[in-house]
Design a protein around this ligand. Structure first.
Ligand code: FAD
Ligand code: EPU
Length: 338
């Protein structure tokens, strides 16, 4: 384990923001992580756990130690008639885990194909796409407590998953490092093709009886056509969460804006696509110097190269204010602003 000083984080965040960490170390095992946490010279340092850096916006240099999670390995723990339990090291690339499931005919992760980042960060915000969330296949995780170095286990309920939420973003924020995640995958899986774009794409692919591999291919196709590739344009996916508003408020707004889309989340609440709200405020495709709002997806803020994180953050807050002013709806960032 090598400690590196004055370490550039530019290649380690998909926004491509050029900042430095005072100190940096990677860990490849739980033992290495525990050793790092015990080092007397690191005890007082502020710590940031980094996976693939695909859900962070750095606005300044990090004045502490960045610990990069590189714990690898995927193994079947056990199986019964209905399920296979698969454990993945938290530093595995999320999509590599999905590919493992596809190769072993294990259903449940296919709608989550191609989401960037690591397995260990996935429970943090309960990643979701195309009608499925991580919680639907999650069994339990192991995490090391930063303060004590001890290993704790959290089951599905203990993680308190919600829409882009978990206990690790709230009550336990910054207290645990996820080191391994166990998934419960279906042997006899029922596909979820309820998201309109999936069924349309499968039809275009001329597939009548889709397999999990077909659904994954459809999802990859949709994602590649909609979302900018961070290797080409710096971004962190959706910058904001889609706001949930009372149905009564939606009914009022719908009268004023008849094309406003919404999806039911309960009997009294609906979810409104933030991309639509931002587009209506005229931000879609806006370029300011070397950063802006993506031309095809208004929910994605982009760095065309060399932008500073605080300018991107200022843009995000300008967007929040204009949506608030026009619709009276508050947007909240999904991305972790550091
Ligand atoms: P990082 O960005 O490295 O970290 C994110 C946060 O988690 C940080 O606060 C970090 O400190 C913490 N963290 C990371 N690893 C650990 C760990 N092991 N233990 C404890 N804390 C940890 N998200 C979706 O939900 N759905 C999508 O469809 C989606 N699409 C995206 C598309 C694009 C093009 C991009 C760039 C991002 C997208 N995202 C999406 C967001 C992102 O992929 C996910 O949030 C992903 O889980 C982040 O993983 P990461 O390893 O890159 O996390
Ligand atoms: N829309 C617009 N203009 C835009 C973008 C979207 O009007 O510029 C409207 C359209 O009505 C569209 C609707 O928003 O039908 C929904 O758009 P899309 O299907 O692209 O989904 P999204 O709400 O923008 C969410 C997630 C994505 C996830 C997709 C697919 C959030 C914050 N975002 O995006 O997750 O991949 O659905 O399920 O929930 C991420 O979290 O980083 C992310 C990319």
């Amino acid at each position: 384990m090598k400690l590196q000083a004055d370490f550039s984080l530019k290649p380690y965040n998909t926004f491509g923001i050029d900042v430095k960490a005072k100190l940096y170390a990677r860990f490849d095992s739980v033992a290495e992580l525990q050793e790092l946490l015990q080092m007397p010279e690191l005890r007082q340092e502020e710590k940031l756990i980094l996976g693939g850096g695909s859900n962070v916006l750095f606005t300044k240099n990090f004045d502490g130690i960045v610990l990069q999670n590189c714990i690898k390995g995927i193994e079947v723990l056990r199986e019964d008639d209905a399920y296979t339990y698969v454990k993945a090291g938290s530093g595995e690339v999320w999509h590599e885990f999905v590919v493992y499931c596809l190769e072993h005919n294990l259903g449940g992760s296919e709608n989550l194909s191609l989401i960037p980042g690591t397995v260990g960060a996935a429970p943090l915000q309960n990643i979701g796409a195309y009608g499925v969330e991580l919680k639907d296949i999650f069994y339990e995780l192991e995490a090391v407590e930063l303060e004590t170095g001890q290993i704790h286990t959290f089951d599905n309920e203990a993680c308190r998953f919600g829409y882009r939420e978990s206990i690790f973003k709230n009550e336990l924020k910054g207290q645990f490092i996820v080191t391994g995640v166990t998934f419960r995958l279906h042997k006899n899986h029922k596909l979820n093709t309820s998201y309109g774009a999936i069924s349309t794409t499968l039809q275009e692919m001329n597939i009548q009886e889709p397999t999990i591999q077909d659904v994954s291919a459809a999802v990859c196709h949709i994602r590649r056509s909609k979302l900018p590739d961070p290797k080409q344009i710096g971004n962190a996916g959706s910058f904001f969460k889609n706001p949930e508003i009372p149905l009564a408020l939606y009914d009022v707004l719908k009268y004023q804006y008849p094309t406003m889309p919404a999806y039911p989340v309960s009997e009294t609440m609906v979810k409104v696509p933030a991309g639509w709200l931002i587009e209506q405020c005229g931000w879609k495709g806006k370029v300011i110097e070397n950063y802006g709002v993506h031309k095809n997806q208004a929910l994605v803020l982009v760095n065309y190269g060399g932008a500073s994180g605080d300018k991107v953050r200022a843009l995000a807050y300008d967007i929040i204010h204009s949506v608030e002013e026009k619709f009276g709806i508050s947007l909240h960032p999904e991305v972790n602003i550091l």
